[in-house]
Design a binder for this molecule. Structure first.
Ligand code: XMP
Length: 506
């Protein structure tokens, strides 16, 4: 296991990605929150930082429990920090040191084994190490940065001014591998199958014969979390799958069936009427979300009470959720709590929480899922918002509107699958607009609803661009929708990127 101490660099998550890609497990901890027990860590990486080591408010953690005890790779700010406090000299650089540079000198050293002279590296710093720390040996230079890499052999510290974690540093992964495997002696054994094996063993140990309740959404994260728990504790895992009446057409029945085929102990709860009644007459997007969150908690709490003597709440929290909420109060469940503004916490939230995917990135969750034999169709599913079609029906929600939108969405999504487009798209769906427009069908004038189709490409949903779908596909889909869905006489395609638009319309 590798410890990455985060000094606030925008690239810290990337370091973790690169290390994991080498099949080596790692964890990120904030620099000011060093774990009490460091025994499990065989190496430490110090990240970059937006600060200057010379500034008073810069991170200046006490590294005495690490220095000399574990091999250290210090990147950018990390390297400057080591230099600054070990007799070196760090000063503002005179030339611009951002972007691409080439290694002009590379020493013969295991740390830089197979890294050629001329190799491209990526710089991003305004301070520079003018003088190396005491006892340091120079390992590499670029034209503008004489001290681009150094080592302090007595303490097994390696400092580099450039960023090995970014894609543009050609030999970046190689350098990380040299450090982690050859110098720190780590093994490259962290594979999805190994993760499944150790996690299942840990879950068995932790949970024993106690009961766990888990809410399944049909999404990738909760499904993979459920299958891991299922491997560990079998029928002691009680899954609950709630139909809020705002799912895609047939989704509730089909997904429930699939979960049963996977062997899960699952109960499907059709609470559609409860949700739709509660939403009646509400048009405000945020209020719709709050209502759905509240009713979900009520339904889930009712169901959780039916599982006698449950001790644990299973959750599909993944690593990015954990990182986003470290500074927030109550971790990932904080979001659920904000929905629940009446009468204190529901009972299920007082259970102990078990989150088997807490250390994984999204693509790792998919790889773990594949190694658990979860059907590819489930793992490749597009993201679908928790409030479902409620935030794709602009304005108030009625059962009739839900039925119309389900049909439209079904034609669109099925079409994408048939045309081989589904897996090339991050997310797609249809919106029911709150306008009627005039049309003509046969000799009749119509005055009916308009739907907007949306398909976007993205890597994380934070930014997105619309997909250039083939005109022939749009033509056929539009025809199918207008001919087959009564009440719709117009189809438009959304060509807005995010930002400035969002993926959903509400
Ligand atoms: P936006 O519309 O903000 O959406 O660009 C980004 C991603 O988040 C999903 N989304 C939600 N997911 N509850 C959810 O669980 C919500 O209230 C919600 N709103 C948006 C959206 O589908 C997209 O994947």
């Amino acid at each position: 296991n590798v410890l990455i101490l985060d000094f606030g660099s925008q690239y810290t998550q990337l370091i973790a990605r690169r290390v994991r890609e080498l099949n080596i497990f790692c964890e990120i901890k904030p620099y000011n929150n060093l774990p009490g027990d460091l025994d499990g860590y065989k190496a430490v990486i110090l990240s970059g930082s937006p600060f200057s080591t010379r500034s008073d408010d810069a991170p200046h953690p006490d590294l005495s429990r690490i220095k000399g005890h574990k091999p250290i790779l210090a990147i950018c700010y990390g390297a400057q920090y080591i230099a600054h406090f070990n007799g070196g000299n760090v000063a503002p650089s005179k030339t611009r040191e951002y972007g691409r540079a080439k290694l002009a000198h590379v020493a013969q050293d295991p740390f830089l084994k197979d890294v050629p002279v001329g190799s491209q590296v990526w710089m991003s710093h305004s301070d520079t190490i003018q003088q190396l720390p005491d006892g340091a040996v120079l390992l590499a230079s670029t034209h503008d940065v004489p001290n681009a890499a150094f080592k302090m052999p007595d303490e097994r510290i390696y400092g580099i001014q450039f960023h090995p974690e970014v894609y543009h540093t050609t030999a970046g992964s190689l350098i990380l591998r040299n450090f982690l495997v050859d110098i720190a002696g780590l093994e490259q054994t962290w594979t999805p199958a190994a993760f499944v094996e150790t996690t299942v063993a840990e879950l068995k140990e932790k949970i024993g014969t106690e009961k766990v309740i888990l809410g399944l959404s049909g999404g990738v994260d909760s499904t993979v979390a459920a299958m891991l728990l299922h491997r560990a504790i079998g029928k002691h895992l009680h899954c609950i799958f709630v139909n809020n009446g705002l799912l895609r057409k047939n989704e509730f029945e089909e997904v429930l069936h699939q979960y049963k085929d996977m062997g899960l102990n699952i109960k499907g709860v059709d609470a559609s009427a409860r949700f739709l009644d509660a939403l009646e007459g509400e048009s405000d997007p945020e209020k719709k979300r709050k209502i759905i969150g509240r009713v979900f908690i009520e339904v889930f709490d009712d169901e959780a009470h039916l599982v006698e003597d449950a001790k644990w709440l299973g959750q599909g929290t993944i690593y990015p959720d954990v990182i986003e909420s470290v500074s927030a109060t109550g971790g990932p469940s904080a979001t659920i709590k904000s929905h629940h503004n009446v009468g204190g916490l529901p009972d299920f939230m007082k259970l102990k929480v078990v989150e088997p995917l807490k250390m994984l990135f999204k693509d790792e969750v998919r790889r773990v899922g594949a190694s658990l034999d979860i059907p590819a169709e489930r793992l490749g599913r597009h993201p679908f918002p928790g409030p479902g079609l409620a935030i794709r029906i602009l304005g108030d929600i009625t059962r009739e509107k839900v039925a119309i939108l389900q049909e439209v969405d079904h034609i669109f999504i099925n079409g994408l699958r048939e045309w081989g487009l589904y897996d090339k798209i991050w997310q797609a769906g249809a919106m029911l607009l709150p306008v009627n427009s005039v049309g003509v069908m046969g000799d009749e004038r119509t005055y009916e609803k308009c739907v907007a189709l949306r398909a976007v490409e993205s890597t994380d949903g934070m930014t997105a661009d619309w997909v250039n779908l083939p005109y022939e596909f749009l033509q056929k889909t539009s025809n199918d929708i207008i001919n087959k869905v009564p009440g719709v006489n117009r189809v438009v395609y959304d060509i807005s990127s995010k930002p400035p638009a969002t993926i959903e319309w509400e």
